[in-house]
Design a protein. Sequence first.
Length: 243
Amino acid sequence: MCFHTSQTKKVVKLENRYGVSLSNPDARDAFDIPSYHLNGFSHPDMLIIPQEKPSVIAPALWGIVPSNKKPEQIRDYYKESVQFGGGLNAQSEKLFEHFIYKHSALTRRCIIPVTGFFEPHEYKGKKYPFHIKSKDNDVLSLAGLYTIIENVVTFTILTKKASPLFAKIHNKKNRQPIILQKDFEEDWLKNDLNENGIKELMNLNFNEEDLSAYTVSRDLFQMKINTDIETIIDEVKYEGVVI
């Protein structure tokens, strides 16, 4: 599962990379601050590129909420749904059946740009976080879904069965976020993409040779420690923990 991410690029870098414009210019300063560790369970504001307006990059709350809720009900919904993962991830296998996902599958897909994300690796009963990023330091485009609740956008990251690399890293759950290949990013946001086309894109594996994966500080899992710091993405080696 993908509950922890990082996004350290300036907004203009994302705008140039995807050919988009920030939907709310007043938010630029806030999103220009590097986020080295975004903990999904705090439901942070992140930037997404929505299918309904693929020319913009827009703020959205991480944690999808049913569109029939009201803005003032979102926080209570997060508290209720925490036992189910807080809406942070969506299993792609349930895309067209789940009571929330099926309403977004055809018309409200999105791209979530991140500079990296974290996955837990279990070794001798302890969890060790791995940081995964692009070897060339480009952003990674995670596939997601979103809902719109009046003026609030909420989103989730799609996951699937782990590829060989991620099966070694996330060796307990054997899941991974869906990373879109650059050549298929625009396809993911096309309005005429049908169910079979969506499934085909979700089943494509990102080239693992283009990814860098290494262990970082176990502080990442400590709620009482501020881990949104630059050193949280530095490599920390542990004896016996290898993939």
